[in-house]
Structures are given as structure tokens and as C-alpha cells.
Design a binder for this molecule. Structure first.
Ligand code: ATP
Ligand code: MG
Length: 231
């Protein structure tokens, strides 16, 4: 039954230690995403979005509850295996791109494949299609600081895609972009979803969230009932 869902989270709680005390941040979260879905998690600043993204992205562990990713019980997985699951299953897209400044565009894009142990040559061959699709072919020798924000985000999306992860996980992907570049990124997300990619996008901006096919609200660490996009 769990296999039907790419993400299946049950009664998840997470807090942070502040001094001696645990301050709850995520409260009894239940969240499921089917393969091929495009979901936005919408909530105000401080509501717990990044904390939730870190748990979904296997970058942080929850205090209690169950989390299955591609049917794998993440809550029972040790840290070493989590790193592998993260590299294989998830492509991350961040507000501030998180590109490596000293690497050129090609080197940044092939990073996930090189981490998996692929040679540079093979990694470059494997990523050609993604690079073409994102229109980055003429920028491959550039460093990130020679690119516009929109171009940097396209490089980071290419990097997220090359490893063919099961999930694209984006935290405020348009947050640092002007309106036009932001729209380009959302258009690209729509196309990627049409191609079958599963996308979970985290944002505080309703206009951005509306680009997704389903919106889930998070307020003060509580994930609300899932509502239809146009209600
Ligand atoms: N490492 C940490 N240690 C202690 N408290 C933290 C830590 N990270 C986040 N918090 C607290 O957890 C709550 C949720 O933070 P989180 O970063 O998840 O919110 P957010 O919804 O992503 O906010 P924003 O929209 O501003 O990015 C906040 O009250 C924050 O202060
Ligand atoms: Mg955040």
C-alpha cells in the first residue's frame, strides 16, 4: 500500500532543543504525495517549511512518526544509508541556488553523478540531454557569478535533474528572482511535471503556490487538510 505513494508521512513530530527545552516545530504532520504529483506547501515565515523540507529531503531526522520515501522506511534508516537515499531519490532546488562558485556550469551540473562515482566524461555524456532541454549549452564554461539569477536557477534545476531522482524538492525556488525569471522557473516546473516528474515546492507566496496542482497549507507547524487549488 505504501508503494503507491512516493512520500508517505504519518504523525511526524519535530522540534529543536533551545537550552534544556525541546521547542516543537512540526506537529503531528500527515502528508502523502503520489508519483507524478506537483504539490506546493504554502505557509508564512517561521511556520516550519524549511524544517519540513529538511526532513522530506532526508537532511534532518524527525523526532517521532513514520516516513516512507519510495516505500523505504526513512525513520528506520541510519545516517549513512540516508545519504545514499538522498543522492539517489531527491533533486534539490534552493532559493539561493547553492552552486559551487569555483566550478563552471558543466561541473556544477554533473556533481550528483560524480558523487555517485561516475567519471567526468560519462557524467558529461549523461547530462547532455538535460543541458539541451534547459538551454544551457552555450553557458557550460561560465562560472555562476557570470550568470543571471534566472540562469543560475536553471543550472541548479539541471543539477537536480541529472541524477533522475524520484522527487524534485524546491524551497522558495523563485524567492531570489525577478517576476519574469520567476515565471520562467514556474513554467519549467510545469513542463517537468507534464513530463512525469514529481515536484514538491515550498513557498510563502500564494501566487507561486498556485502554479502547483495541489496546495497544502502549513501554519505554526500544523499541515492543514489538503485543499483544491481553486478554492
Ligand atoms: N536549527 C534550529 N534551531 C532552533 N530553532 C530553529 C532551527 N531552525 C528553525 N528553527 C525554528 O523553527 C521554526 C520554523 O523554522 P523554519 O525555518 O522551518 O520556518 P520557515 O517556514 O521555513 O520560515 P521562512 O519562510 O522564514 O523560511 C522557527 O520558529 C525557527 O525559529
Ligand atoms: Mg524557510
Amino acid at each position: 500500500m505504501e508503494e503507491e505513494y512516493l512520500i508517505s508521512i504519518h504523525h511526524m513530530n519535530k522540534g529543536y532543543m533551545i537550552g534544556e527545552e525541546k521547542v516543537p516545530v512540526l506537529k503531528d504532520i500527515n502528508f502523502r504525495v503520489k508519483r507524478g504529483e506537483y504539490v506546493a506547501i504554502l505557509g508564512p515565515s517561521g511556520s516550519g517549511k524549511t524544517t519540513l523540507m529538511n526532513v522530506i529531503g532526508c537532511m534532518d531526522i524527525m523526532d517521532s512518526g513514520e516516513y516512507y520515501l519510495s516505500g523505504l522506511p526513512i525513520h528506520e534508516t541510519d545516517e549513512e544509508d540516508l545519504t545514499e537515499v538522498r543522492n539517489r531519490e531527491i533533486g534539490f532546488i534552493f532559493q539561493n541556488y547553492q552552486l559551487i562558485p569555483s566550478y563552471n556550469v558543466m561541473q556544477n551540473i554533473i556533481m550528483p553523478l560524480v558523487i555517485r562515482g561516475m567519471s567526468h566524461r560519462e557524467a558529461e555524456e549523461k547530462s547532455i540531454e538535460t543541458i539541451k532541454m534547459l538551454g544551457l549549452g552555450h553557458r557550460l564554461a561560465h562560472r555562476p557569478n557570470e550568470l543571471s539569477g534566472g540562469q543560475k536557477q536553471r543550472v541548479s534545476i539541471a543539477r537536480a535533474l541529472v541524477g533522475q531522482p524520484a522527487l524534485l524538492l524546491a524551497d522558495e525556488p523563485t524567492g531570489a528572482l525577478d517576476q519574469s525569471s520567476g515565471k520562467d522557473v514556474l513554467r519549467l516546473f510545469g513542463e517537468l511535471n507534464d513530463m512525469g516528474h514529481t515536484i514538491v515546492m515550498i513557498t510563502h507566496d500564494l501566487t507561486v503556490a498556485k502554479a502547483a496542482k495541489r496546495i497544502v497549507h502549513i501554519i505554526d507547524g500544523v499541515l492543514s487538510e489538503e485543499t483544491e487549488k481553486d478554492t
